[in-house]
Design a protein around this ligand. Structure first.
Ligand SMILES: Cc1cc2nc3c(=O)[nH]c(=O)nc-3n(C[C@H](O)[C@H](O)[C@H](O)COP(=O)(O)O)c2cc1C
Length: 409
């Protein structure tokens, strides 16, 4: 069956996940799909949305719905953007360029990772609304050079990732012996041979490298560096709030902190000059056992008020997840694995399909909630499930309006 036909039969992100799993050799699949330790946080990121119920306002004229908004200073066709993910050429030889083109076609911002396998220049040429994700390297000269290039190539924001001072414990990668770039060892050959389409793409792809830092880190292929060893070796473990101030002083565009979760940390980031926070635990790939971004969101919004945009990142798999996040005070959401599933399954077409699914789910959800615009979605549109536990069981109790937050429409 052709790729187009297969993609047409993808009705949700879980369908796309299965298609991606079938397309990728085991070690690559587990690197994409896995999380840290017992993957409890990874599961909670999506699962926590089930603790909240959307309110369903009825008999509202929703002849037209408008999903447009502004995300970190960039116009967006819907309240969704693409998170930075390293080494996208692992999943499809066309890598970051396909993702950027699909994002551009869908009108959503794209975040290019420091660890990308496509250059900042090439992504800029695609014309997508873009921001650059920065890791603080021990080599500050490298960090400054990246900032300079981000400015030259029109990246409107820098997102500083703050949750990766050491690498998370990804046991799936340890078991599969995942190295970067993938090695054609005897062990992996069988798995690669079982995925000829992927293997052919990888073999033909001569440009696999960490395109934006290659001059500084050298040839990883030669050293066969394990991802974890690499992160532990290069990233600055001593990074502190002073470094955020250092960055603020050097970057005139929008500044985003990616990886703050606690209300006090988010407030501190804003005090240091951050324009937005990506509330994120790296998709459950770093500290296992921490809560989901959506768990923290209401308290963060209370704390920072309207001083910064809040973007929820991690576990977003449905349009209704986005709508719940908006109702709890987010300005938008961001996705990582979902677009990588699309990339692995069908290159640019696969990513386009993922974004189309989100777009239609968000639009449909808004209509069913009786909301026409993104900024109409507020706290009246959501209830925590614990609110229902207080529902009176008798009609008499109900008539005394013991649950005003549910009755007050
Ligand atoms: C394969 C993969 C690579 C990633 N690489 C990076 C990276 O280079 N920089 C970064 O800040 N976050 C990285 N992330 C985290 C994402 O930006 C994002 O926080 C996460 O994927 C969101 O969770 P979700 O996958 O459940 O949507 C990566 C995630 C994945 C799955």
């Amino acid at each position: 069956m052709s790729i187009t036909r297969r993609l047409e039969r993808v009705y949700n992100i879980e369908d796309m996940r299965k298609l991606a799993q079938g397309a990728l050799p085991g070690p690559i699949w587990h690197y994409l799909d896995g999380g840290a330790d017992d993957e409890i946080t990874m599961a909670r990121n999506s699962g926590a949305f089930n603790d909240w119920a959307l309110a369903q306002s009825t008999l509202v004229d929703v002849t037209s719905t408008d999903t447009t908004c502004d995300l970190i200073g960039m116009p967006a066709a819907m309240p969704l953007m693409l998170s930075p993910t390293g080494m996208s050429q692992l999943f499809h030889a066309s890598g970051e360029l396909s993702v950027a083109r699909a994002a551009g076609a869908a009108g959503v911002p794209y975040g290019l990772s420091t660890m990308a396998t496509t250059s900042m220049e090439a992504i800029a040429r695609s014309g997508v609304s873009r921001y650059f994700q920065l890791y603080l390297f021990r080599d500050r000269g490298l960090t400054e050079a990246l900032l300079e290039r981000a400015k030259t190539y029109g990246y409107s924001a820098i997102a500083l990732t703050t949750d990766t001072n050491v690498a998370g414990n990804r046991e799936r990668d340890l078991r599969s012996g995942m190295v970067m770039p993938p090695r054609f060892t005897l062990d992996s050959l069988l798995s690669f041979a079982a995925h000829p389409r992927w293997a052919l793409g990888a073999l033909r792809n001569r440009s696999f490298e960490l395109a934006n830092i290659v001059q500084h880190v050298g040839d990883l292929d030669a050293s066969g560096t394990n991802v974890i060893d690499y992160v532990n070796g290069q990233f600055d473990r001593s990074a502190s709030w002073r470094d955020l101030e250092w960055l603020r002083a050097r970057w005139q565009g929008k500044l985003v902190v990616k990886g703050a979760m606690l209300p006090a940390d988010c407030e501190a980031a804003v005090d240091c000059g951050a324009d937005a926070i990506m509330v994120s635990n790296h998709g459950g790939r770093q500290l296992d056992g921490t809560g989901a971004p959506i768990d923290y969101l209401p308290a963060i919004r209370d704390r920072v008020q309207d001083r910064a945009q809040l973007i929820i990142d991690g576990g977003i798999r449905r349009g209704t997840h986005v709508l719940k996040a908006l109702a709890l005070g987010a300005n938008g959401c961001s996705i990582g694995r979902p677009y990588l599933y699309g990339l692995a399954a069908g290159g640019q077409l696969g990513v386009e399909r993922v974004l189309k699914l989100f777009r239609s789910e968000i639009e449909r959800g808004m209509a069913l909630m009786g909301r026409r615009r993104v900024d109409e979605i507020t706290s009246r549109d959501i209830h925590h499930l614990s609110a229902f536990a207080r529902l009176p069981v008798s009609v008499a109790a109900r008539d005394r309006k013991e649950v005003p937050e549910l009755n007050d429409r």
